[in-house]
Design a protein around this ligand. Structure first.
Ligand code: FAD
Ligand code: DHB
Length: 390
């Protein structure tokens, strides 16, 4: 089989690129390791910045997102028993974010690919990029007992942090920057009315907590837990008791508790691999970089990679101009690192670090005091949260 762009990974990055290129008459094939049900079963991002939402509209998959997604004009930070609001709209000159789940937008992308006969091959095992340093790269993979070959002009690795693309690059050609945090986020999805109409990020001596949502009837809650904890350690009862203990009393009292319909732990890690290109293999999204989820940057940064790569491939196919492909890594990384900085800052501001000395704890409190005493500091937080320009 032959295509123009071979894409590894059928998560949001791979599907979005495939859909955008299709609309410009550029052929792609997506190779996804898992079934569609498995991909749609993962509960992950919930907050979309304006730029990501625009990309969905450009890909002609924004209709349901615009109908069902909720525009959020602000969020709260709970600290020291009180709640302070970050007025995103006022602080950014009118910008807001959209609450719409990654599961839903991935479903929208799959349906759009189906409607236009897009090729997404599920259960593709042993996907291997070959000859990426030549003008004729190809992918090999196996589905069941059938081994297949996909010839392409370019390969794009959208296969997430654990994927094969980055790992196929010789170690001496890639530099890795990383930081692991000694805790994770335990997340619970529950069919209950969210405790607050806007998100609450809470910092407390017992640890961080986040009250988020997917709709007016679907709540998404997270608490910081030690990295050694497992889901089995946390009954629903224990989870909600701990969540309540970390929220201001007036918020905790209003919380409606219901059985969890999903419960999972995500480890927290910052990671960047440079450059995001090796020959004719390009990396995008979590395949090249991940952030702790605190600042809601992961999917949004994947979106900016896709924006740059889409335009670069368009220039190549339309006018033979390779400038965009040649500068893709540099361009994408400039924004990636700003997302890294913001996620690290917000994680450091709001979590309990077991290794922190009393001095560092005081600095953390002072950072919060400063934030809420300075319009400039609030402006910086808001500008990053709604998303820096592409
Ligand atoms: P992925 O979603 O990881 O998709 C990669 C795909 O590749 C998968 O479908 C996988 O099955 C497939 N694959 C893997 N290996 C192979 C292989 N060898 N061959 C073929 N296919 C393969 N981000 C935000 O912007 N806002 C948020 O609010 C937010 N909240 C989050 C909350 C949590 C709890 C977590 C864990 C993450 C959150 N994120 C958030 C981050 C966001 O979910 C990720 O950044 C996003 O999923 C990245 O998309 P991707 O397509 O690049 O990678
Ligand atoms: C969600 C996740 C985040 O990381 C975040 O900062 C906000 C919301 C969520 O899953 O709803």
């Amino acid at each position: 089989m032959r295509t123009q762009v071979g894409i590894i990974g059928g998560g949001p990055s791979g599907l979005l690129l495939s859909q955008l290129l299709h609309l410009q008459g550029i052929e792609t094939v997506v190779l996804e390791k898992h079934t569609r049900e498995h991909v749609l079963g993962r509960i992950r991002a919930g907050v979309l910045e304006h730029g990501f939402a625009q990309l969905m509209r450009q890909a002609q998959v924004g209709e349901r997102m615009d109908r069902e997604g909720q525009i959020h004009e602000g969020f709260f930070i709970a600290h020291g028993g009180r709640q302070d609001r970050i007025d995103l709209r006022a602080l950014t000159g009118g910008k807001t974010v959209l609450v719409y789940g990654q599961t839903e937008l991935t479903r929208d992308l799959y349906e759009a690919r189906d409607r236009s006969g897009g090729k997404v091959i599920h259960r593709a095992q042993e996907v291997t990029p070959n000859d990426v340093n030549t003008a004729r790269p190809y992918l090999t993979y196996r589905v069941g007992n059938e081994v297949a070959r996909l010839d392409c002009d370019y390969i794009v690795g959208c296969d997430g942090y654990h994927g094969v693309s980055r790992q196929s690059i010789p170690q001496e050609r890639i530099k890795v920057f990383e930081r692991a945090y000694p805790f994770g986020w335990l997340g619970v999805l529950s069919r209950t009315k969210p405790v607050s109409p806007e998100l609450i990020y809470a910092t407390h001596e017992r640890g961080f907590a986040l009250c988020s949502m997917r709709s007016t009837t679907l709540s998404r809650y997270y608490i910081q837990v030690p990295e050694t904890d497992t889901v089995a350690d946390w009954s629903d009862e224990r989870f909600f008791e701990e969540l309540r203990a970390r929220l201001p009393p007036q918020v905790a009292q209003g919380m409606i508790v219901g059985p969890s319909i999903e419960k999972s732990i995500a480890p927290l890690r910052s990671f960047v691999a440079e450059p995001m290109r090796y020959g004719r293999l390009f990396l995008a999204g979590d395949a090249a970089h991940i952030v702790p989820p605190t600042g809601a940057r992961g999917l949004n940064t994947a979106g900016s990679d896709i924006h740059y790569l889409y335009h670069a491939l368009l220039d190549h196919y339309r006018s033979g101009d390779d400038e965009g492909l040649d500068s893709y890594s540099e361009h994408a990384l400039a924004r990636v690192w700003k997302g890294q900085r913001f996620s690290w800052w917000m994680t450091t501001l709001l979590h309990r670090f077991p290794e922190h000395s009393p001095y560092e704890q005081r600095l953390q409190q002072t950072e919060l005091d400063y934030l809420f005493s300075s319009q400039q500091a609030l402006g910086s937080l808001a500008e990053n949260y709604v998303g820096l320009p592409f």
